[in-house]
Design a protein around this ligand. Sequence first.
Ligand code: CO
Length: 343
Amino acid sequence: MDLTLLKKLSNAYGPPGYEDEAREILKAELEGFADEMRVDSLGNILFTHRGEKGRPLIMLAAHTDEVGFLVRHIEDMGYLRLHSWGVVPNLLPGQRLIFRGKKGDLKGVIGTKPPHIMSEEERKKPVVLDDLFVDIGTCTREEAETRGAYEGMTGVFDVDFLDLGGGYVRGKALDDRAGCYVMAEVFKSLKGSPFSVVAVGTVQEEVGLRGSRTAAYQVDPDYGLAIEGTFAVDMPGMAPHMVPASLRKGPVVTIADASVIAHPKVLKAITEAAEERKIPYQFKKIPSGGTDAGSIHLTKGGVPSGTIAVPCRYIHGPASITTTEDIENTVRLVKAFIERISA
Ligand code: CO
């Protein structure tokens, strides 16, 4: 598979509420394929493919935001204090971050005490977000502000997309830019097909499935499908029943998570489509987390919904790893699902 689009999406800057860059990439990619395209008042982008009369309307949702940070205070010495959207503090010491300042991007590192001067107690202490600070290369608040830093500034992890070779890729924000990629490929393939689909690049998923709620209200679909990048935890020290999903075992199909129980009709269409087309798939074994399906299915009188996801290791951390094989199989499965549920 050509990695150009996935690389662009992964590298795009887009903490919750500031998804413009990811949205513009989808717009450029899909504008020519849509019968109608629009951006709503919250920033969701909606691409419509009009199919034959009488076919059910399917809403696809992939969120354009990523986990990120909000600068809530600048110290006299110029250090930034953070609020986190979706990242636990244990992952943070020493990480590189990038912020969108008033005069352009500012890069920084979360400061750590050299081990040489850490007490025994400090080495064992749990990491607390309020103890952490970002150094953008300053000694005073004035210096930081002169360079464009401000309280209220947002940031994300500073990690470049990389082809690791052998079909493996590494990048930030694969939750859910891998899903955005899948949705884009599926939408492009609908050209000339009889199926009725609205594909939505949603906003603010990471802070509570917000954009998909208002998008689903507008679309008023017959079925909803969230396309995600979900947690593969095939790593050392894991008991088999504690591994929710693994790489190279195909798209991850949700039966239930904390936000939704997949509608049996949708689930059946997904699994039957996979079996008919011989597409590998796996069930998400641990029903935690939530996806846009959580808000779509509660829209108006209720919308039968489900989730199909690309397995990705280390989501909500600085850099995730997934495979092109899993991404391509997720594209195949979403397409097969649309055909089956539309028939
Ligand atoms: Co996600």
